[in-house]
Design a protein around this ligand. Sequence first.
Ligand SMILES: Cc1cc2nc3c(=O)[nH]c(=O)nc-3n(C[C@H](O)[C@H](O)[C@H](O)COP(=O)(O)OP(=O)(O)OC[C@H]3O[C@@H](n4cnc5c(N)ncnc54)[C@H](O)[C@@H]3O)c2cc1C
Length: 414
Amino acid sequence: MNAQPRVAIIGAGIGGLTAALELHAAGIPCQVYEGVAELSAIGVGINILPHATRRLSRLGLQDELAAVAVTTRESLYFNRFGQRIYTEPAGLAAGYAWPQFSIHRGDLQSVLARAVRERLGEDALATGHRCTSVEQDDTGVTVHLGHPDGSSSTARADAVVACDGVHSVIRRQLHPDEGRPVYSGYNMWRGVAPWPKILGGAGMIRAGWLATGKLVVYPIRDDIDDQGRQLVNWVVEIETPHHADRDWNRAGRVEDFIDRFADWHFDWLDVPELIRSSDGILEYPMVDQDPLPWWGRGRVTLLGDAAHPMVPRGSNGAGQAILDAGALADALTRHPGPAEAFAAYEAVRRPATTAVVRANRTNPPDAILREVYERTGDRPFDRIEDVIPVEDLDSIIAAYKRTAGYEVAALRDA
Ligand SMILES: Cc1cc2nc3c(=O)[nH]c(=O)nc-3n(C[C@H](O)[C@H](O)[C@H](O)COP(=O)(O)OP(=O)(O)OC[C@H]3O[C@@H](n4cnc5c(N)ncnc54)[C@H](O)[C@@H]3O)c2cc1C
């Protein structure tokens, strides 16, 4: 193992692993410490939009991701009666130079972890190393670590990047008086099921609305059996007064929400059957945290969910962590010391991600669904043009793309 890694990265999730690859590509030594004893394919589907695939492509990962993901070609919006509201091309089909991938979180993490081990060396990713706190002084940072057998150890680094997710211990250490997570009033249940291709098998589908029940469906693995089925990811969100604490692995119960979707039998999808075909169901509250006034101090900074936990709506949780990682490497390359580099990184990424956290609360892309729900009084329509002009739908999507940083023109020029 590198005895004195320059940057210690805490957490081998999407942000931490991408940060390791970005730093390595920039010639900056680093060491990743991950709390769990072994990385395993937990979680369900996530989307990586072109602003993030652009960074992953520069890291040489596009082909490997394309081999395990579904390359998304369109986004489709429906009301709860299965009527189509709006369709827009996605990724390459929308004119981006980079694809949009719909992928199992475990597959994405595996691709990143394999690349870290191949490029940085097996020992660069130390599992079973859970950070309990950090202490900085004039010459570096001491990282306190706990191990599965109950023992503990310390490691030294020049700087620390906390990529330890929504329960970040380093965020808590830096911001002990921060308020509690903010519950949006909506609970989410998710699962995956083997399923024949829905509407061409390359679409991200959103349907319904939160007040009565919203559904998001997209395939995340192609050709999983000899019938050519896909692994299809579904997420439902419902206005619910109560919620449990955030735990990505909490099991959910189908009887808590299936009633809302009992009559969702469309000619393009039988929703109750899809949900009932799933192996297991996970539950997660739609929770975020108020953006912080500052992230890090001196030689310690935050990245990804540790820095800006957001309501997982708008396909930007993983994407913004990936953008953070790129910006971090850029800043460390440009600035002589970690403290200056982290300040420069934070100056760019904190306002950008604050805007996304706020947009996910109020106007994510599925605001389209809200508009139609309100304008129709939650009834079927004859012609969508009589409900809302297509230009208004275009502008809802365009505004979110601008905020989250993935307008086609902006990426082309970047
Ligand atoms: C188990 C799991 C399942 C998920 N499932 C989904 C999903 O289905 N859909 C979705 O949209 N998003 C999911 N997410 C969240 C999603 O991965 C993130 O929102 C996004 O990718 C941002 O990544 P991140 O690296 O900031 O955080 P994460 O990807 O959450 O990674 C954080 C990492 O830090 C590790 N860690 C935590 N505390 C410590 C510590 N003290 N010391 C060392 N390591 C630590 C964690 O084990 C984890 O590997 C999941 C996250 C996890 C951890």
